[in-house]
Write a protein that binds this ligand. Structure first.
Ligand SMILES: C[S@@+](CC[C@H](N)C(=O)[O-])C[C@H]1O[C@@H](n2cnc3c(N)ncnc32)[C@H](O)[C@@H]1O
Length: 222
């Protein structure tokens, strides 16, 4: 029992970094997320049509693994943005060659006020990040501002609200996060001026861990 509790506390100490990875545990969590979000990211991206000339921004880029992925899918510029300085540093390290070549930029900023001109991007993505956005309604409007006409927003999360899930309730409280359902995301996106909202859900046992998962991926057009 004592051992179980210590493990839980260690786990919570680690996961508290998901909101803003910092220091040694932040580093450890970025490694953990890079590995553990891979299946989710691959599933989500399979719903996204990416052209060679798309300019892409990944918000809440964490360790930069999705920036790396997009650099292989588009021949145009790929940007990452995160308000954790550590995440920015790690994303630059991972994509150093593309950064040096001028094909990739990693920006330290919050989603709420991004240092980009209007209509800069074809696609804006957010993997496991919207939970932490300070004001989802306004932040989605900010995303819409930086998207080109007909540009695409893509949101991909490994969590949807579950009533009797104690672990989820614990994490929500610990991290002060918001977990959104497909209906809620649909509503927020439409209110922010997006259209053609498409929601995809994947439910059932994970092919690798056998854990029961509910993944969500939402795509909408400016
Ligand atoms: C759970 S991590 C996900 C990282 C990565 N996208 C992944 O899937 O592995 C959430 C990331 O969102 C970032 N984040 C949280 N709030 C943010 C905000 N307001 N603006 C920009 N980034 C934010 C955090 O710093 C963190 O790197």
């Amino acid at each position: 029992m004592a051992e179980h509790k210590t493990k839980l506390i260690e786990e919570l100490d680690l996961f508290i970094n998901a909101r803003n990875p910092q220091g040694e545990l932040g580093d450890k969590l970025l490694d953990w997320m890079t590995i553990n979000h891979e299946n989710l990211a691959q599933w989500g991206v399979s719903h996204l049509d990416i052209s060679k000339d798309d300019i892409i921004l990944d918000i809440g880029c964490g360790g930069g693994v999705n920036v790396e992925r997009f650099l292989k899918m588009s021949e145009n510029k790929v940007f990452g943005l995160d308000y954790s300085e550590l995440a920015v540093k790690r994303s630059i390290q991972l994509n150093q060659t593309a950064v040096d070549e001028g094909r990739c930029e990693i920006i330290h900023s919050s989603v709420s006020e991004m240092p980009f001109e209007d209509e800069s991007f074809d696609i804006v993505t957010a993997f496991e990040s919207v939970y932490f956005w300070p004001d989802i309604s306004n932040d989605l409007k900010e995303v819409r501002r930086v998207l080109k006409e007909d540009g695409i927003i893509f949101i991909c999360n490994e969590a949807v609200p579950k009533k009797d899930d104690e672990r989820q309730a614990e994490l929500v409280e610990l991290l002060d996060m918001n977990i959104y359902s497909d209906d809620e995301l649909d509503e927020y996106l439409r209110q922010a001026g997006f259209s053609d909202v498409l929601c995809f859900l994947k439910e059932g046992p994970d092919s690798v861990t056998n854990e029961i998962i509910t993944w969500i991926c939402v795509i909408a057009r400016k």
